[in-house]
Unconditional design. Structure first.
Length: 538
């Protein structure tokens, strides 16, 4: 088992990057220039449940440059200040869609299989046989048979090989709502208490001591191993004893184990205060009664904002390049004036039993929740955009992405998936635009979420509020390849992400057709459309 090294102590002792390899003589003789290193790239996801009112969510323009007027009538209007850094990938389908006739995914549950497969792109097990069954194992406890995107990325990029999963509101997940899996059928717990997260981050705060040129570059975001990459490449070509070669490999492993990118110079108490990511605010969320997400902690911040503030501080501190802010399921937003729980409301009814007529005003209540989430996402990206980094801001070097579990919460459809990205991950992505990755058309349907329920009567069909199944079916697998390549994740010769790989990622998941999930993994694994969405790249 490899020894663990405190990242802060390691940074202080970097001094030329030769602390752990005394036999690497070239390090002591090379001339080090304190030139600015390229900033680190990060991925931070915000995940929310039950879809949205899709025809209010999307701008009418589905492909091309966006202007403020495009966002004004939509849920995304709160992102107008960041429109030049905004990317709306359109035409994307999620995998393992539940359907009444078992034609588009497993017959387990409308949420268990969708959430379990969302970032893993693997089926869940055990497999169901009846889409209306209430069997405990298949409906409530089925888990995906592969790891999720955040863990696949973190295996190559993150300290301890783990992502930072933050449960907003401190509500633990069950298999019906979990999206983060560290291994097949292994639900990842994450962190729910802001005070715990704050305590972890303060251990990375920088002091004002003078730094060496190499330490300066590390503070600018360059990994330790990159600082001595040339030396390592040269040494590996030399004829050396097996003992020295073992030392070299052990040192590389040690550097890798410290977490890759070290703390930024901006990671300090002053930045924490500017981001309102302080210990007293973190503690305050734990003491809030009732609606933790919406209750005001200060005159300008609610409980959810504190989680975002701490997540932003984690990004600035380079605590982890892979972060997921997970909002809770089954939540009653009393602070928004609502008294119907969010899951029931997505079905337009007032009970978790999912029966009865549509609640009067259901559409507007769901839109109120959508608006709330949009404001929370705008708050998050605003924080990232407030901290300078290199020639831009932290946001410019980040892909901040808001993922919705599904499109419309009544239809449970996964085509025309609402995904919003802000930040180009260091120039990897196009920004300031919507990109219809399916066919480039400018008038892709926004869906039909407002059909039915206007008068309180039941809708005539469970699919009536969705999007035509012939539209917006480009596999989400390709977008995940974009994100991995943007951050520098590497693949093996087969194109799948692999620790120690050297190739570009072109494959991810078990299937990229939702119909292939029907058998629960009995169909031969296949990625029919490998590669990225080239249209999303700058």
């Amino acid at each position: 088992m490899r020894s663990r090294v405190n990242r802060r102590i390691f940074l202080r002792g970097l001094g030329g990057a030769c602390v752990a390899a005394p036999f690497l003589g070239s390090l002591g003789h090379r001339a080090v220039k304190a030139q600015a290193a390229s900033a680190p790239r990060r991925f931070i996801a915000m995940f929310t449940h039950y879809g949205c009112i899709t025809n209010r969510f999307f701008p009418i323009r589905s492909h091309g440059s966006l202007i403020a007027e495009d966002l004004a009538p939509t849920t995304l209007r709160h992102l107008t200040p960041f429109i030049s850094k905004l990317l709306i990938p359109r035409g994307i389908r999620g995998m393992n869609e539940w359907s009444t006739d078992v034609s588009r995914g497993q017959p387990n549950d409308q949420h268990t299989q969708v959430c379990g497969s969302y970032f893993t792109l693997h089926p869940v097990a055990p497999n169901g046989t009846d889409p209306f069954s209430f069997d405990t194992a298949t409906k409530f406890n089925a888990k995906p048979i592969g790891p999720s995107l955040d863990h696949v990325m973190a295996a190559q990029l993150s300290p301890g090989r783990e992502p930072l999963l933050i449960h907003v509101g401190n509500k633990a997940d069950t298999p019906q709502s979990a999206v983060s899996y560290s291994a097949p059928e292994t639900l990842y717990p994450g962190i729910g208490l802001p005070s715990e997260l704050y305590a972890r981050l303060t251990g990375l705060f920088m002091n004002d001591a003078p730094v060496s040129p190499d330490t300066y570059q590390a503070m600018r975001g360059k990994s330790v191993i990159d600082l001595v990459r040339a030396d390592l490449d040269t040494l590996e070509r030399f004829d050396m004893s097996q003992a020295d070669r073992n030392k070299l490999e052990a040192w590389k492993a040690l550097l890798d184990d410290t977490g890759g990118v070290l703390a930024s110079a901006a990671c300090n108490p002053s930045t924490a205060a500017a981001l309102s990511a302080t210990g007293d605010l973190a503690d305050a969320v734990r003491t809030v009664d009732g609606d933790v997400l919406c209750t005001k902690v200060t005159s300008t911040l609610d409980g959810a904002d504190i989680y975002s503030n701490l997540a932003a501080l984690a990004v600035v501190c380079n605590a982890n390049p892979v972060i997921v802010l997970k909002y809770p399921p089954y939540y009653t937003f009393t602070g928004l004036g609502l008294d119907v729980e969010s899951h029931a409301l997505s079905h337009r009814v007032s009970s978790a039993a999912m029966v009865g007529g549509c609640v009067l005003g259901a559409i507007d209540m769901i839109a109120t929740i959508d608006d709330y989430y949009a404001r929370k996402f705008a708050h998050l990206v605003g924080l990232l955009d407030s901290v300078e980094e290199g020639d831009g801001t932290v946001l410019d070097n980040t892909a901040a992405v808001w993922f919705n579990e599904m499109s419309d919460g009544y239809a449970h459809n996964l085509n025309n998936l609402p995904i919003v990205q802000v930040g180009g991950a260091g120039g990897y992505f196009r920004t300031g635009c919507a990109v219809n990755v399916e066919d480039g058309s400018t008038n892709l349907s926004g869906g039909h979420s407002e059909e039915g329920c206007a008068d309180g009567a039941s809708t005539t069909s469970v699919t009536s509020t969705g999007t035509d199944l012939a539209l917006a079916n480009a596999p989400i697998n390709k977008y995940y390849c974009n994100l991995m390549n943007a951050l520098g994740v590497k693949a093996g010769a087969d194109g799948f992400p692999a620790v120690g790989g050297a190739a570009e990622v072109t494959h991810f998941g078990m299937y990229d057709r939702t119909e292939d999930f029907v058998g629960g993994g009995t169909i031969t694994p296949a990625i029919h459309s490998p590669g990225e969405f080239d249209a999303l790249k700058a």
